[in-house]
Design a binder for this molecule. Structure first.
Ligand code: ADE
Length: 225
């Protein structure tokens, strides 16, 4: 999978994909992320990318020209499966959307800034709008990093034990069960006996029950879906 990210602050995205699981995915050739500086596509002398909004009001708007030229140029070399705009008024990101996007080949993510991007770019180029939650960030970069991280780890072959993503929280609308590691007794706090007894069927049953109980207690809304 290849993900291109259009940003006016590319430095914000220099490091998030260069560590741990995503670093290994890149090394294995399963995953590529390119951060592209939107200013490089501005035709103005000052490399302007934003302007005052029509109708008045505080805050700048990201202009059509640099965005349209950047997207047109990038599309000359490839076809994107989705052109995603990160915005607080998009669809709230969740594991289902992450699963779906992890099966795509080629994505473009546009990071907004200021008051957002000119509505005409949303109408004529953007195919999907994503919010990572009901709060406003100063730009779309950190939101894009969240989305790319969650998609990247789901790409087949990226996790060393592929089944482990199947037991993540939110797969099957359930939260993940509690986990323990050695020692079996820490300060008198004991690991549940069932996990030490060596009966995989009982362990599975226990984990499923814990998942259901945890979801009922913390996120009953997931069970209504
Ligand atoms: N840009 C600013 N806030 C955002 C949010 N909550 N989700 C996605 N993009 C954003």
């Amino acid at each position: 999978m290849k993900i291109d990210i259009l940003s006016v602050v590319p430095a914000l995205l220099e490091s998030p994909f260069s560590h741990s699981i995503l670093k290994r995915a890149k090394e294995k050739g399963l995953f590529e992320v390119n951060v592209i500086n939107l200013r490089d596509f501005s035709t103005s002398k000052q490399k302007q990318v934003d302007d005052y909004q029509f109708g008045g009001g505080a805050g700048m708007v990201m202009m059509c020209q640099p965005l349209a030229d950047a997207i047109d140029t990038l599309q000359q070399d490839q076809k994107y499966d989705e052109i995603i705009y990160m915005t607080p008024d998009g669809a709230t990101f969740n594991q289902k959307i992450a699963n779906r996007l992890s099966l795509k080949e080629n994505l473009l993510i546009i990071c907004g800034h200021y008051k957002g991007i000119d509505e005409r770019i949303r109408q004529h180029y953007v195919t999907m709008e994503i919010s990572i939650g009901d709060y406003v960030l100063s730009g779309g970069e950190l939101a894009a990093a969240v989305v790319v991280d969650s998609i990247g780890r789901l790409i087949p072959g990226v996790l060393s034990n592929e089944t482990s993503a199947l037991f993540d929280s939110f797969q099957d609308n359930l939260l993940a069960p509690p986990v323990y590691t050695r020692p079996a007794d820490f300060k008198g706090w004991k690991v549940p006996d069932v996990l030490l007894a060596g009966d995989p069927k009982k362990v599975d049953e226990w984990r499923t029950n814990q998942s259901i109980e945890r979801t009922k207690e913390r996120r009953p809304d997931l069970l209504e879906d």
